[in-house]
Design a protein around this ligand. Structure first.
Ligand SMILES: C[S@@+](CC[C@H](N)C(=O)[O-])C[C@H]1O[C@@H](n2cnc3c(N)ncnc32)[C@H](O)[C@@H]1O
Length: 259
């Protein structure tokens, strides 16, 4: 039976409790570990994800960053030059939001403690939405994607930035070695947490590949889904659009590598 400390991605309903516990416990060290363990490439990925959102077409809009953690992705959007809207950063682990608040420094980011699978927002509330390294943790991806689809305005975009396993043999071998052997050890040493950084490689291993993820987004109701790999396929960026009038939205601003 799953316990709070199994970190088992296959633990069904207990998963949400495990994930919330895990992120609540590592919150004080999350930012440090995030940038160290990703060798700081995560910053570049976040910039790309925000570009893919095409927010320039609705700069005054309200945007959602779901699974916002300590707000790195929300702030990447909120601090874009010309951005005049606001970003709601939602996460179900309160200690992550609390830890991120000092970074907000007057930027238009509003924290909300809430579950991505039961978003506490009205239908069609947001001009666009992002999720960075969050969907991998959801216990039911279909439910999460349908919720994200629901809260988007017609024509709005969802951008999902998530780890994936690189397709190239050499890079995949190096990546798996790093992920399975180095990362859990360094993660344990720096965070002091006994199992959090074993969960990370396990959750990536059990996660659908980019093509399957695109299919899940379509099944959740998104009208068009495109995706591209970044850094040789260590991560992928999916851009999914909700059908509807494309008021003020002309032409995609993201890499067009439809699959
Ligand atoms: C790896 S962190 C990513 C944080 C941030 N997006 C970033 O790019 O650094 C994953 C976050 O997702 C949150 N999370 C996981 N499942 C969630 C859910 N069902 N609802 C809300 N937040 C969730 C966790 O609490 C954690 O803060």
């Amino acid at each position: 039976m799953a316990t709070l400390r199994d970190a088992d991605p296959a633990a069904g309903d207990a998963r949400a409790v495990q994930v919330r516990t895990l992120f609540s416990e590592i919150a004080p060290r999350y930012d440090l570990l995030n940038h160290v363990l990703s060798l700081n490439i995560d910053r570049r990925w976040r910039r790309r994800a925000v570009r893919a959102l095409g927010w320039e077409l609705a700069p005054h809009g309200t945007y959602l960053d779901a699974c916002a953690g300590t707000f790195d992705l929300a702030l990447e959007l909120a601090r874009r030059q010309g951005f005049a809207g606001r970003v709601v950063g939602a996460d179900f682990a309160l200690p992550m939001l609390t830890r991120g608040m000092p970074k907000v420094h007057g930027a238009p980011v509003a924290p909300v403690c809430g579950d991505a699978q039961r978003l506490p927002f009205a239908t069609a509330a947001f001009a666009g939405a992002t999720v960075g390294f969050g969907v991998r943790n959801l216990s039911d991806l279909g439910v999460g994607f349908r919720e994200l689809h629901r809260v988007l305005k017609p024509g709005g975009r969802l951008v999902v930035l998530e780890f994936t396993v690189p397709p190239g043999r050499l890079l995949r071998a190096a990546y798996l070695f790093y992920f399975n052997r180095i990362l859990p050890v360094v993660g344990r040493m720096v965070s002091g947490h006994p199992w959090a950084y074993e969960y990370l490689p396990r959750s990536v291993r059990g996660f659908p590949g980019p093509r399957a993820l695109a299919e899940l987004l379509r099944s959740a109701g998104f009208a068009s889904v495109e995706w591209s790999l970044v850094s040789g396929g260590i991560a992928a960026i999916h851009v999914a659009s909700k059908a509807g009038p494309k008021a003020g939205r002309e032409g995609p601003q993201y890499p067009r590598r439809a699959r």
